[in-house]
Design a protein around this ligand. Structure first.
Ligand code: FAD
Length: 293
């Protein structure tokens, strides 16, 4: 099958992208890495009149430490997360999650901005930005704004982006000396979308967990923090009892859905198993960069 005919424009600045969007007389969409939008056009799941190619916008590239926070351009590709020294040092959770996304060919083109803007409930990076307490830098017809990742993911493929808005960068608080992180997921085959995935970042005070953020993917209609499990763990040592209590709390936190891969009950069971595994990697004794990649 081929895409329906559409007009195409490539822009080199955010302002030009917004101007193209303002001029559009019908449906339009942005094109970043193209790893989701191109298959969707080819399968005619969407048929916009205009495709605005934002992949060459320089302002949306680059990774830099600014005022104690890491600014990651929305066009940063998944593969760059694996090799960037800034990511390894200041946002190692992204490095831990990136190898789980698809395959190298897709990671070489797909962008973090595209992944977050699309908000596939099975995507890794939306869960990671929740665990990182990141902020999202957004440009739109009404100017520029920032939004917390918390609350941004509203449902299946549904985010807090207003029509025409562009996600320009992700702002991540700097990784502290006592911070640790871990990521893992369960998938039928490596590279498949996960049956369930879990991202954790937190801070230790001695052996106790001083603060923790736990976010799941593929465990409901959208990526979600496990707030009850976080409460169970905060202020405690990661003993077998604390971990078991956190696993039990997931019943209150998650709203797993049934699909062709597995049932909702099995998904909740897998989420509990996975939480135990990821908490096992999240330890004050683990290397500063977190658990296994
Ligand atoms: C076979 C296959 C397997 C995959 N497996 C996984 C996986 O395991 N995990 C995973 O997370 N992903 C997976 N993906 C998706 C891949 O990671 C995509 O790259 C990602 O979802 C979208 O990024 P992109 O840059 O390619 O966006 P595009 O495909 O270019 O765009 C996706 C959507 O987001 C919009 N958009 C893009 N960038 C922006 C922006 N900056 N601001 C506003 N809107 C924007 C576009 O208009 C479009 O609607 C897979 C894809 C394929 C083809």
């Amino acid at each position: 099958m081929k895409a329906r005919a559409f007009d195409y424009v490539r822009v080199s600045t955010i302002d030009d992208a917004l101007a193209a969007c303002a001029r559009a007389s019908g449906d339009f969409c942005y094109l970043a890495g193209g790893q989701s939008v191109v298959p969707s056009l080819s399968l005619r799941l969407q048929a916009p009149q205009l495709v605005i190619d934002i992949s060459r916008i320089k302002e949306m590239r680059g990774i830099a430490l600014i005022d104690g926070a890491l600014r990651i351009g929305a066009l940063t590709r998944h593969a760059e997360m694996l090799i960037s020294p800034e990511i390894a040092r200041h946002a190692p959770l992204l490095r831990l999650a990136a190898p789980h996304i698809a395959h190298p060919a897709i990671r070489n083109k797909g962008t973090i901005g595209g992944s977050i803007a699309l908000a596939d409930p099975a995507a890794e990076f939306p869960a990671v930005v929740l665990a990182l307490d990141a902020e999202l830098e957004i440009a739109g017809p009404d100017g520029r704004r920032r939004a917390k990742a918390d609350g941004f993911f509203k449902g299946i493929y549904e985010t807090g982006l207003e029509p025409g808005e562009i996600l320009t960068a992700i702002i991540v608080p700097q990784f502290g000396e006592n911070d640790r992180c871990a990521f893992d997921e369960l998938a039928r085959r490596h590279g498949d979308y996960a049956l369930v995935g879990c991202a954790i970042q937190g801070r230790f005070a001695g052996n106790d967990v001083e603060a923790i953020r736990i976010a799941f993917l593929s465990a409901g209609p959208t990526q979600k923090r496990a707030r009850n499990a976080e409460v169970v763990i905060t202020g405690h040592r990661l003993s077998p009892k604390t971990i078991a209590d956190a696993q039990s709390a997931l019943e209150l936190d998650l709203d797993p859905t049934e699909d062709e891969q597995t049932t909702a009950t099995m998904r909740l069971h897998l989420a509990r198993v996975l939480l135990g595994r990821v908490l096992g990697q999240f330890s004050c004794d683990s290397p500063r960069g977190g658990g296994r990649a």
